[in-house]
Design a protein around this ligand. Structure first.
Ligand code: URP
Ligand code: ZN
Ligand code: ZN
Ligand code: ZN
Length: 467
C-alpha cells in the first residue's frame, strides 16, 4: 500500500471549504482532517505534498468531449491519447465521450468501436454516452440493456443535422418513453435542423459563404424552438431531459420556465458560449472558421444570461464539447462554403482555468466553480461520489491549483493536438500545479508523469438528480 498526504491546502468541494490535510491510500482518498489537528498530526505517508497557499480540488469532470469524432469528411484532431493528456494538463481527470451509432448499426457496434479507440490510450479515466442516430425497436431494447449494465446510461439525440444524426419527433418521443421507464437520461442537441438547412441553402444561394453566416442561419429562435419542443416531448413521455451546449438566452429561458414548473430538465453550457461571441465568427480572412461550432456562438449579450443561469442553477453543468479541428487542412475544408466547415472547438484543457477566471472576476463563487465543473457533471451522469468530490471513499483524483499564478492561453503552449487556441492571448489567473489520477501523479509542477493506458473505463449509475 502507498500512502500519500496532501498537507495545508484549502480543500474546496461543492459543499464546503476548509484548510485540511488529505490522506490517500493507493487509489482512494481515505480521510480528511483539519490542518494542524491532532488527527492530521498523527498521519504518516511515504509521499507528502505540501499544498500550503494552494487549492486542493477534485479533478474536473468534462462530460462532453469528442475525441477522434468523424465529422464532415474529416475527424477531430485529438486522439484519446492526446486529448486525455491535454485534459489532465488542464486539471480534468474524467471525460465522458460520445460513442456514435451509425445508421443501420446497433448501439453495441458503436460502443465497441469507441472502446477500441480509447482502451489502452487514455491518461485519465473515461466513460461513454451513446449518440443514437437511428431509433429502432432493437435500439430501444439496447437503451434498457446499456442503462442496466452501466456501460452507457445517457443517450444523445439530435434535432439538428438531417441525414446524419437527426431524429424526428416520433423517434425522439419513443426514445424518451423508453428512458422514462429505465432510468436512462436523454441528452438533446436542440436546434431545428430542418429549418436551418433551408436557411443554409438560401444563404449560399445569395453568395453568403463566410463563416459568420454559420451563426446567422443557426438562428437563436431555432435553438429556443427546439429546446421548447424537446421539453414538451420529455414532459409527454414523463422522462428527464438534459439539453447540451445551450448558447441562446431564449433557450435558457425555456429551461428556466420548465424548471420553475418542477420538471426534471437540466442544462449544460460550455466555455465558448461564456467567453466568445459572434464577434469571433466575424473575424476576417476566414479566421472566423476557428469558432464554428453548433449550437453557434451568440452575440455578446447572451453571456450575462448564461452566467446568471449558472448562478441560479437553471444551468447545472459546464462541459467543453471539445471537438477540435485544425485550422490548416480541416477548418479550411469550408473555404467558400461555411456549411462545409467541420463543427467544433478545442477546449478540454482550458475549462477549469476559464471557470476559475470567472471566480476571480466575481461571476461565480469558488464552490460553484467546483459544482459546475466537477460535482454536478459527476452526479448528472452517475459517477458521484467516486468522481467530483474530495471525500473518504472517493477516487484520489485530486488537483493542486495555484490560484495566484498567471498564464496566457495559447496554441504555442497548450497540449491539445490542434493548431490554434480559441482563447489565444487571453490572460487568466490560476493554474494547475499537480494532478493525481486515482492516486498516481500524472502532472507535477509542469512535468508530465502520466502514461497512456493509466486511465480506465468507468461504468456509471443513472442520473443522481432524480428520485
Ligand atoms: O459543433 C459541435 N458541437 N460539434 C460536436 C458535435 C455536437 O453537436 O456536439
Ligand atoms: Zn451537439
Ligand atoms: Zn429558475
Ligand atoms: Zn458535442
Amino acid at each position: 500500500m502507498t500512502r500519500t498526504l496532501i498537507t495545508g491546502g484549502l480543500v474546496i468541494t461543492a459543499a464546503e471549504e476548509l484548510t485540511a490535510d488529505v490522506l490517500i491510500e493507493d487509489q482512494r482518498i481515505v480521510a480528511l482532517a483539519s490542518t494542524g489537528s491532532e488527527v492530521a498530526a498523527g498521519w504518516r505517508a511515504e509521499r507528502v505534498i505540501d499544498a500550503s497557499g494552494k487549492y486542493v480540488i477534485p479533478g474536473g469532470v468534462d462530460a462532453h468531449t469528442h475525441m477522434e469524432l468523424p465529422f464532415g469528411g474529416t475527424k477531430a484532431s485529438d486522439s484519446f491519447e492526446t486529448g486525455t493528456r491535454a485534459a489532465a494538463w488542464g486539471g480534468t481527470t474524467t471525460i465522458v465521450d460520445f460513442a456514435v451509432q451509425q445508421v443501420g448499426d446497433s448501439l453495441r457496434a458503436g460502443l465497441d468501436s469507441w472502446h477500441a479507440k480509447a482502451e489502452g490510450n487514455c491518461a485519465i479515466d473515461y466513460a461513454f454516452h451513446t449518440i443514437v442516430s437511428d431509433v429502432t425497436d432493437e435500439v430501444l431494447k439496447e437503451l434498457d440493456l446499456l442503462t442496466e449494465s452501466g456501460e452507457s446510461t445517457s443517450f444523445k439525440l439530435f434535432m439538428a443535422y438531417p441525414g446524419v444524426f437527426y431524429s424526428d419527433d416520433g423517434k425522439i418521443l419513443r426514445a424518451m418513453q423508453r428512458c422514462a421507464g429505465n432510468g436512462g437520461l436523454i441528452m438533446m442537441h436542440a436546434e431545428n435542423g430542418i429549418a436551418i438547412d433551408v436557411l443554409v441553402a438560401q444563404a449560399l444561394a445569395a453568395g453568403h459563404t463566410d463563416p459568420r453566416y454559420h451563426g446567422e442561419v443557426r438562428r437563436e429562435l431555432l435553438e429556443a424552438e427546439a429546446t421548447h419542443r424537446a421539453i414538451k416531448l420529455a414532459q409527454v413521455a414523463g422522462a428527464p431531459l438534459y439539453v447540451v451546449h445551450v448558447s441562446a438566452a431564449s433557450a435558457l429561458a425555456e429551461l428556466a420556465t420548465a424548471r420553475d414548473q418542477g420538471l426534471p430538465v437540466f442544462g449544460e453550457t460550455c466555455p465558448q458560449y461564456l467567453f466568445l461571441s459572434t464577434d469571433n465568427l466575424a473575424e476576417p480572412d476566414f479566421e472566423g472558421a476557428k469558432y464554428v461550432c453548433s449550437t453557434p456562438l451568440r452575440p455578446r449579450e447572451h453571456q450575462a444570461e448564461l452566467w446568471k443561469g449558472l448562478r441560479t442553477d437553471d444551468l447545472q453543468v459546464v462541459s467543453t464539447d471539445h471537438c477540435p479541428f485544425c485550422f490548416v487542412g480541416q477548418k479550411e475544408l469550408g473555404r467558400g462554403d461555411f456549411s462545409k466547415i467541420p463543427n467544433g472547438l478545442p477546449g478540454v484543457e482550458n475549462r477549469m482555468d476559464l471557470l476559475h477566471q470567472a471566480v476571480v472576476e466575481g461571476r461565480i463563487s469558488r464552490r460553484r466553480w467546483i459544482e459546475i465543473a466537477c460535482a454536478a457533471p459527476a452526479r448528472m451522469f452517475g459517477l458521484y461520489p467516486r468522481k467530483g468530490t474530495i471525500a473518504p471513499g472517493a477516487d484520489a483524483d485530486v488537483v493542486i491549483y495555484d490560484p495566484t499564478a498567471s498564464q496566457t492561453l495559447s496554441a504555442a503552449t497548450h497540449h491539445m493536438n490542434v493548431d490554434y487556441s480559441a482563447y489565444e492571448g487571453r490572460q487568466v489567473t490560476g493554474r494547475v500545479q499537480t494532478v493525481l489520477s486515482r492516486g498516481t501523479t500524472v502532472l507535477q509542477d509542469g512535468r508530465w508523469l502520466g502514461r497512456a493506458g493509466h486511465g480506465g473505463f468507468l461504468r456509471r449509475g443513472t442520473c443522481q438528480y432524480l428520485g
